[in-house]
Structures are given as structure tokens and as C-alpha cells.
Design a protein around this ligand. Structure first.
Ligand code: FES
Length: 155
């Protein structure tokens, strides 16, 4: 789906804050993601045009920034920390528990479209590992019982 005129205008307004319009790349991607839930190839092409960039340049930014989704995701994205402090404190076993509970693997979305499970590098809270984000909420010191409470089995 192409960008609406309102979306183009919102991106132009953001870009007006910078001498180099490409400096508004991440904000522009966020504007589109907020409305559509993810950023398609067509969106990349349209945003790049507004910002005076090539689609490849903008795609490079979108791919590097791991809170921009280039494929459809569930209503909530689970960003599961996949770095060393969390591993040491049992993140691998907890991830397996969560995968069983949600019946998905890393990178997948639940059948009801509720959750997408994605790995993320250190969330910067190693002293409270294991850590994950579910939507906007961050969970620290996760253990098996907490995981079950966060994702109750649906009846
Ligand atoms: S390694 Fe998981 S929060 Fe730092």
C-alpha cells in the first residue's frame, strides 16, 4: 500500500527539522510503522522518495534499526534478549519454555496474531537478567513461573 498524503506530509514536517532530509529516516519509518504495524517495500520506496534517498539506502537504515519491522508482526512484539548475561542466567531454557507455550519459534507469529517473538541484542539491563520486552513493557529477572503468568494458557 502506498503512503497516504497525510503520511507524506507528516514525514515532510519531520524532515523540515534537518538540513539533510535523510536525517529524519528513523522518525519517518516510525511514522509509517505506527500506522501500518510494519514497513513494506512499497513504503520504503515512497519514504525514500520523500527524503531524497535511494530505497536501498533507506532499507539499510530500516534493517539496522531493530525496532523497525520489515515484515508483518503480531499485535505485540516480544523482544527476547539474546545476549551473554541473559544466557548465563537461563535465557535459553526460558525461551524454549516460551516457544512451547506460544507454539512458535523465534521469528514467528502466534496463530491468533497476538505475538511475534524476536531476538534482540542486550537490552542494557544485564544486572536484572534475563530480560525481555513485550510491546512497550519490559520484564526483568524472568523465571519459569513469571513466564507462565505473563503468557497464561488460553482456554
Ligand atoms: S544480556 Fe540481556 S540485558 Fe544485557
Amino acid at each position: 500500500m502506498a503512503l497516504s498524503e497525510a503520511e507524506r506530509e507528516a514525514i515532510r514536517e519531520e524532515a523540515a527539522h534537518y538540513r539533510d532530509k535523510s536525517a529524519a529516516s528513523i522518525e519517518a519509518l516510525k511514522i509509517v510503522q505506527q500506522r501500518h504495524g510494519w514497513v513494506s517495500d512499497e513504503h520504503i520506496k515512497d519514504i525514500a522518495e520523500v527524503l531524497g534517498m535511494s530505497p536501498d539506502q533507506l532499507d539499510g537504515v530500516a534493517t539496522f534499526y531493530n525496532l523497525i519491522y520489515r515484515r508483518p508482526v503480531g499485535k505485540k512484539v516480544i523482544h527476547y534478549c539474546n545476549s551473554v548475561s541473559c544466557w548465563i542466567l537461563g535465557a535459553e531454557e526460558l525461551r524454549e519454555q516460551m516457544e512451547k507455550r506460544l507454539r512458535i519459534k523465534l521469528g514467528e507469529t502466534t496463530q491468533d496474531g497476538e505475538y511475534t517473538l524476536l531476538p534482540i541484542v542486550c537490552l542494557g539491563a544485564c544486572h536484572r537478567a534475563p530480560v525481555m520486552m513485550v510491546g512497550d513493557e519490559t520484564y526483568f529477572e524472568i523465571d519459569p513461573a513469571r513466564l507462565d503468568a505473563i503468557f497464561p494458557v488460553k482456554t
